[in-house]
Design a protein around this ligand. Sequence first.
Ligand code: C2E
Ligand code: SIN
Ligand code: SIN
Ligand code: SIN
Ligand code: FE
Ligand code: FE
Length: 396
Amino acid sequence: MELSYENDDKLSELLSINDELNHIKDIDSLLDAILSKTRRLTNADAGSIFLVENSTLNFSYVQNDTLRQRDPLNNKQIYSNFSIPIDEKSIAGYVALKGTSLNIGDVHKLDDTVPYSFNSSFDEIAGYYTQSMMAIPLITTRSQVIGVMQIINAKNERGNTIPFKESDEKYINFFAGSATSAIEKAKMTREMILRMIKMAELRDPKETGAHVNRVASYSIELFQRWAELNSLNNKKIKNYKDILRISAMLHDVGKVAISDLILKKPGRLDEGQFKVMKTHAYQGAKLFRGNVSDLDALCYEIAYTHHERWDGKGYPRRLKGDNIPLSGRIVALADVYDALISSRVYKPAWNEQDVIETLEKEAGHHFDPELVEIFFSIYDVIKAIRSKFPDKEQNI
Ligand code: C2E
Ligand code: SIN
Ligand code: SIN
Ligand code: SIN
Ligand code: FE
Ligand code: FE
């Protein structure tokens, strides 16, 4: 590597990255941070990350400046749901299979001798044109490939697409090591949380991780839009989203204290049973009492307040309006939407029109009216989340 002012800068940035990545708890926040940093180091317009699950590459995260500028409200790309096999036929598949990076000047002018080809279907759906690409394997210290990062369309000062520099390849391969160990850690955290949830409420075979993933994703998107409208700064938004996803997933963890007789009852609960069921909010909060971290504090807040109502008729404390923390107002809306639109042991799924009408009718009664408005302004993202996490029997 030749040393220049520019390279010096990059080296110091690289050294600080390890520390920074290791403080992020949530896997989606982490993938977002990894792509932001990689793209800044290489001046890339777009990037995506695939993670290996069940021996295939699962599309896991994307950033795209061009598409984001075209439609700032539309964040549904990150909820795309597809996977590609680990074989020589695709660029990402090849990189995962061989464990080596590729630096391609123009994906539309690949050499006849290479086994892989560029799949343009994502471009076609999104209305994007991929030209230069660097694809880097994410390899653990045990030489296991856990994913592939692709960065797309390097830009020069005039904004024209150019190939990625060879010097960038070295930096990014180095960076990929830190990124990989942070991803492994965040995946472990996610798995631990899903096990906790399974213990608490998935004693009911119909309730799976898909529900909590949906509630958490709706919550993240509601918060993102709310924060933009209320001019929160970017760093605050990112830090809050990191802990919001995990805390939203755990909103019902207090159901661990509810007996199977009540939790799994196929029909309506009687008055006494419902009284017991309502204790799950406080039981959940109790688990996080002590507030040793921001994450604990938010888990506490959400477990405690996700059944409060805007009009003050909720439980357990009958808080009203703005006295209900924002997180509780967000999860209340996300949770009820998901409960109505899905089937439960005690009720079939409602049809979509009835659910929409109910949310509209309950704005200012059950729900914060500003949040209901935001909810419908991002409704296509909400639907993308539903199709990313469909209900199915799954082993987590
Ligand atoms: P959940 O299934 O996650 O439902 C969350 C919330 O969605 C409910 O909070 C309620 O506000 C709303 N919701 C869900 N389904 C319906 C519905 O069919 N009609 C109406 N009006 N609202 C609905 P809620 O009522 O405080 O219940 C908390 C939890 O208690 C529920 O979580 C569920 O686990 C349990 N639960 C509530 N009612 C029954 C029931 O009749 N039978 C059984 N087995 N469990 C129930
Ligand atoms: C679950 O279904 O177990 C979690 C989602 C929800 O509380 O509605
Ligand atoms: C934090 O509060 O976000 C950091 C402390 C931790 O949970 O480890
Ligand atoms: C609610 O949001 O309060 C429940 C929905 C309904 O009116 O049935
Ligand atoms: Fe609840
Ligand atoms: Fe719930």
